[in-house]
Each structure stands twice: as structure tokens, then as C-alpha cells.
Ligand binder design. Structure first.
Ligand code: SF4
Length: 333
């Protein structure tokens, strides 16, 4: 089929009819085998996508899987910056994203020209950027980090070296507190993690006195202050498995509840309530991917992530530095 770039650009995916009798789970399994494709899915994807994935993880785990796969095609069920990260690490492979419009409010909060001007004003600072940023911001950074390895990455930098931390101001403030540093913070945030209501969480805790409040460090400080445990998505998942508690209020994107419930079927997981009545702790970007779009992208091999080679090389350097430090700290194998 001759698919024109405009067919993709307008909608973000190739929108064509799917035979309603098709078993999409079986079709996706067939396509993976036939095309030697690996399907990597973020914990925030809808349960159906998590169930057909070869690997489910958070940013660090997914980046690591992307760097060691020998598949010909990487299908990335996540958001755009994650698929870009897979492409940075795998220039020779075809990287597909089910919906090109699956962006990220946090990555969008750091436009490269503005960030470059900010960086130029502080020439003595090095830049540590959270992996939730565009390839352009990665290329302007010295080291990348994820919420799993950020503390170790910061520890690896000499104490007297000034640091700019981007793009998440909440994670940056949390890390400043943990590390005793005074990193200069870029004023970005994730729309999902900023929406939790302290008042509603407090009432929920009264109704569930034995429940542990567990939060992602992208949440705002008042939520983190009352949390029983703070960690990356993977750390939160592990905590629910090993903790003696049987009830948890989970302050992060709701997609992770699927794995939590699967791994601990006898425990109860309550999504932390947002400030309004909408399901705002569902990431609208992550949830743009559907099983149907996943099937279409694997069948027709579009949309594909492409990248200028100079940009890719510049963005890879701080990613490599992150991997080296993570390996030396024993965080990855
Ligand atoms: S949950 Fe937040 S940081 Fe993650 S993809 Fe959605 S908007 Fe971006």
C-alpha cells in the first residue's frame, strides 16, 4: 500500500479500516514474529497493550531494553520522546510509534531555543536532564537521568560543580532536598503529576487508615511531604510487592495499577484523586495509543521515527553517560 506522509501527519497514524473479525492479540503476536519486531510498552499504557508487550517498564528499563535488542523493528508503545530515545540508541533499526501525536506535556514545557538561551546565561553550569525531554534538549545536556537513577547521577557530579536540572521542577526540587544541592531548576512540569489533590488524598487516608500513600517524585511537594514512599514507577511497583501493607493510594499515572494488581492480586490499589472530577491522572498522551493503532502501525510500519544524524549523536552522548554511571552504581546489568 502506498502511504503518503500526509496520511500520517494529519491524524498522527495511518487510519484505515480494520476487519472487525480480526483477533488483534493474535495478529500482533503474528506480526512480531514475522517482522522480528519487539514491542516495548510503558507502564502507563492501557492494559491490553501491556498484555501483548514483550517488555513493560519505566523510562530507564525501556531505554536499556532498546539498547540491547537484536530485533529489526522496535515498536514503542509510549510517547514520542521515548520512541525518539529508542531511535537515538538504535540508528540502524526501524522505530515505530502507534500514534505520532502521543506527546508529553513535560517534554513540551522545555522548548529547545528557550532552554538554550537559559543555558547560555549559566555557562559554568552543567546540565542534567530528566529523560522525559525531546532529543533537542538531550543534545543540550551533559547527562540524562531517570527517576530511578537521578540520585546516583547527581552524586557522581563533584559537589562544587553547579548544575542546571531540567525539565521537571518538582523532581528537581525533590532531588535538591535529597542531595542537599542547590540545582538551578527549569520551570517545567507533568500535567498528570501536578493534578493530585492534597485535600482529597487526606480524606481518602482517613477513610483508609491502613493504606500507604505512594507517590512519584514528579508530584508536587505537598503531596510528597505526606507520602509514605516516594519512587520511580518501577520502585513503586516493587514497593507494593514487598510491603506488608495491603492497601495503597497510588499518586502517579493510573496505568501502573494494572501491573500492581497483577503482581499482588490480594492487595487493593486506589488511584490518588485529582483536584477535579475528570480522570486527569490518566495521561492523555499515553492513552492516545490503542490496540487498534498498535496493530496498524505494525502491519503498515508507520509512523516511523526518523532523526537527523548530527542531532542523534549529540543526544546520545549524555544518554551514554547515564548508562555508564548507572552501570557503575550497579543499577543496571
Ligand atoms: S505522564 Fe506526564 S511525563 Fe509521563 S508522558 Fe504523560 S505528560 Fe509526559
Amino acid at each position: 500500500m502506498n502511504i503518503q506522509p500526509n496520511d500520517i501527519l494529519e491524524k498522527g497514524f495511518f487510519d484505515t479500516e480494520i476487519d472487525p473479525h480480526l483477533d488483534l492479540f493474535a495478529e500482533i503476536a503474528r506480526l512480531k514474529k514475522e517482522k522480528n519486531a519487539i514491542l516495548l510498552a510503558h507502564y502507563y499504557q492501557e492494559p491490553d497493550i501491556q498484555d501483548v508487550a514483550d517488555y513493560i517498564g519505566d523510562s530507564l528499563g525501556l531505554a536499556q531494553q532498546a539498547s540491547k535488542t537484536d530485533a529489526d523493528i522496535i515498536v514503542f508503545a509510549g510517547v514520542h520522546f521515548m520512541a525518539e530515545t529508542a531511535k537515538i540508541l538504535n540508528p540502524g533499526k526501524k522505530v515505530l510509534l502507534p500514534d505520532l501525536k502521543a506527546g508529553c506535556s513535560l517534554a513540551d514545557s522545555a522548548p529547545a531555543p528557550l532552554f538554550k538561551a537559559f543555558k547560555d546565561k549559566h555557562p559554568d553550569h552543567i546540565v542534567i536532564s530528566y529523560i522525559n525531554c525531546t532529543a533537542d534538549i538531550k543534545a543540550l545536556s551533559d547527562i540524562i537521568c531517570t527517576s530511578s537513577n537521578a540520585e546516583k547521577i547527581i552524586e557522581s557530579v563533584p559537589k562544587d560543580q553547579p548544575i542546571i536540572f531540567a525539565p521537571d521542577k518538582n523532581l528537581g526540587a525533590y532531588l535538591n532536598k535529597k542531595s542537599g544541592r542547590n540545582m538551578l531548576l527549569w520551570n517545567g512540569a507533568c500535567m498528570v503529576h501536578e493534578i493530585f489533590s492534597l485535600e482529597k488524598i487526606t480524606k481518602l487516608k482517613i477513610r483508609h487508615p491502613k493504606a500507604k500513600l505512594i507517590s512519584h517524585p514528579e508530584c508536587e511537594e505537598p503531596i510528597l511531604r505526606v507520602s509514605d514512599y516516594i519512587g520511580s514507577t518501577t520502585q513503586l511497583l516493587k514497593y507494593t510487592e514487598v510491603s506488608d501493607a495491603t492497601e495503597f493510594i497510588v499518586a502517579t499515572e493510573t496505568g501502573i495499577l494494572h501491573q500492581m494488581q497483577q503482581n499482588s492480586p490480594h492487595k487493593t490499589f486506589i488511584p490518588a484523586p485529582p483536584t477535579n472530577s475528570c480522570a486527569c491522572n490518566d495521561c492523555p498522551h499515553m492513552k492516545l495509543n490503542t490496540l487498534e493503532k498498535l496493530y496498524l502501525c505494525m502491519e503498515y510500519e508507520v509512523p516511523e521515527i526518523t532523526m537527523d544524524e548530527n542531532l542523534r549523536l549529540a543526544a546520545k552522548k549524555p544518554m551514554d553517560r547515564m548508562m555508564e554511571i548507572s552501570r557503575a552504581a550497579g543499577l543496571i546489568g
